[in-house]
Design a protein around this ligand. Structure first.
Ligand SMILES: [Zn+2]
Length: 303
C-alpha cells in the first residue's frame, strides 16, 4: 500500500495542493489564486487551508506528512523565507514555523526549483540517475542538482540559484539587483522583452514560438538568440556538475524542440569534448515537478 503525503506548492500566481502517494500518484488536488498582495499570515492560512482540502481523502483521519515547495531564497535550515520576489510580504518570515503552528505538525520545506529537481529525480525524467541538473526557465531561471546520488542543498539550503550565474560583466539588469545574470538574458521575461522590441507589441513567448513554427524569420531569429543564451549557461552547468542528463522545465520548455538545435550547437561549440554527449530533455512531470518533489521531501524524511 503506497504511503501518502500532502504536497503544497506556493507560486506567485497559484497556491496548489495535492494528496500524493509514494508511487507518485496524485489522488486529490486543490488550487486557488495566491493572495500575493496579502500579509504573510494570509498566505500561510491559505496554505493550511489547501492542505486540509486535500487531506480529507486520507484514510486514517490523521493529517499525512506535509511538504512545501516555495519560491526562494528560502533558508531551509532555519525555515525562513528571505524575501520572495513574487510575494511582497515574505521578507524574513519564519514560513516553516508559522505553517507548522497552523497545521499542528512538522512541515518539510524546500526552494521550489530544488523541490522540482527532486520530483523529476524520483518520479520523472531523472528517475534512476545519480547525477542530473534540472533547469526551469519561465519568468525567471531556477535549478536543482543531484550529484553523486544526493540532492545538493548547500549552506543554509541556498544552493543552485543558477539563474544568477554571472555571464556578462556589468551586463543587463537582473531582478535580483545585480547585473549580467544568466536570468537577465535567458529567462522568459528577457525573451519577451526582446520580442516586444523587434517582433510585435505584447507578444508572449508562446506567440513568438508559434510564429517561428509558421516560418516567420524575425520570430525564428528571436528563438535562435534565446537558444544561444540558454546554451551559454548550460555549458557552464555541464562543466560544473558533469550531469548524466540536463532536464528542462518551466513554461519555456514547452517549446524545447524548437530551442534544442540552437542549444546543442552552443554545447558542441563551447563545451569541452567530454561534456558534449549529455542529453538535454524536457521535464517528465510538466507543471507537477514541484508538487511531486514536495511530496518526496516527506517520503525521504520518514523512510
Ligand atoms: Zn540575478
Amino acid at each position: 500500500m503506497p504511503r501518502l503525503a500532502i504536497a503544497l506548492d506556493l507560486g506567485g500566481s497559484q497556491v496548489r495542493a495535492a494528496l500524493v502517494g509514494s508511487d507518485g500518484t496524485i489522488h486529490q488536488r486543490f488550487s486557488e489564486p495566491t493572495k500575493a498582495d496579502g500579509s504573510a499570515e494570509a498566505v500561510i492560512a491559505q496554505l493550511a487551508h489547501a492542505a486540509r482540502m486535500v487531506s480529507r481523502e486520507a484514510r486514517d483521519g490523521a493529517l499525512p506528512g506535509v511538504g512545501l515547495s516555495s519560491p526562494g531564497p528560502l533558508d531551509t535550515e532555519s525555515g525562513m523565507a528571505l524575501g520572495l520576489p513574487t510575494i511582497k510580504a515574505f521578507m524574513d518570515v519564519p514560513i516553516r514555523a508559522l505553517l507548522e503552528a497552523e497545521l499542528g505538525q512538522a512541515v518539510h520545506i524546500e526552494n521550489d526549483a530544488i523541490a522540482a529537481a527532486l520530483g523529476e529525480w524520483r518520479f520523472g525524467a531523472g528517475k534512476g540517475l545519480r547525477h542530473l541538473v534540472y533547469v526551469t526557465v519561465s519568468t525567471g531561471i531556477g535549478g536543482g542538482v543531484v550529484a553523486d546520488g544526493r540532492l545538493l542543498r548547500g549552506r543554509r539550503g541556498l544552493a543552485c540559484h543558477i539563474g544568477h550565474m554571472s555571464i556578462v560583466k556589468d551586463g543587463a539588469q537582473c531582478p535580483c539587483g545585480a547585473r549580467g545574470c544568466w536570468e537577465a538574458y535567458a529567462a522568459g521575461s528577457a525573451f519577451a522583452a526582446r520580442a516586444a522590441e523587434r517582433f510585435a507589441e505584447r507578444s508572449s513567448p508562446a506567440e513568438v514560438f508559434a510564429a517561428a513554427r509558421r516560418g516567420d524569420r524575425v520570430a525564428q531569429s528571436l528563438v535562435d538568440e534565446e537558444a544561444d543564451y540558454l546554451g551559454c549557461g548550460i555549458v557552464s552547468l555541464l562543466h560544473l556538475f558533469s550531469p548524466e542528463r540536463i532536464i528542462m522545465g518551466g513554461g519555456m520548455s514547452r517549446d524545447l524542440d524548437r530551442l534544442l538545435p540552437g542549444i546543442e550547437a552552443v554545447v558542441l561549440r563551447e563545451a569541452m569534448p567530454a561534456y558534449r554527449d549529455v542529453p538535454i530533455v524536457a521535464a517528465g512531470l510538466g507543471s507537477n515537478s514541484g508538487l511531486l518533489g514536495a511530496a518526496a521531501l516527506v517520503f525521504e524524511s520518514t523512510p
